[in-house]
Design a protein around this ligand. Sequence first.
Ligand code: SAM
Length: 200
Amino acid sequence: MSEKHRAYFNEKAVIWDQMMEHKPHEKLQEIFGTLEFESGSTVLDVGTGTGVMLPLLKEIVGPSGKIIAFDLAEEMLSLAKMKNGEENIDYIQGDITVSPFKDNTFDVLICNSCFPHFLDQAASASEMARILKPGGRVIICHLSSREELNAMHRSLGGVVGNDLLPDKNEMMFMFEQAGFNVINIDDLDDRYILTASISI
Ligand SMILES: C[S@@+](CC[C@H](N)C(=O)[O-])C[C@H]1O[C@@H](n2cnc3c(N)ncnc32)[C@H](O)[C@@H]1O
């Protein structure tokens, strides 16, 4: 577990929503609206932070679905819980590279704005493959291009200064090695979306 990252995100938790105020939530709605989730799905929101994705995920999975909000930083999770309550949502603290979940647990994994922060990205991809059900899918999403995102992290420096999104070939290789197939990466000016599935 990255204690430095845990401390960093715990410290940022109270100001996180103010820092992100400019982020267009309509864009997340638009992106996730096209990704064809099924209601009733069991979804893991990896690196949930203050739970920015939770209202949207609740809407998508509906009352018969289940969401697990998962994060390294307990202060982030406390805020997520305070804002979103516990109906259909469980809150669990941990590291996605060594998660506490059983094999074949989730239909969908969401990683919004968090993949670059995972210290061992290849281990996180393998862990995601292990905990997804056959036919399950991971969605890695950022509201900027890879180039812009990496430049932003480099400019922040410190704990997150080297938290970078690898290039397309490296990501493809990493997810293939982890056991995913049908891997698709869209790296556009205003969004980065990787979707990858586990075969049935
Ligand atoms: C940039 S924030 C994004 C939060 C949220 N997904 C959003 O879109 O606002 C990244 C989050 O990932 C969490 N995180 C970092 N490394 C992690 C890991 N190895 N396992 C689980 N969560 C992690 C951090 O604690 C932080 O809350």
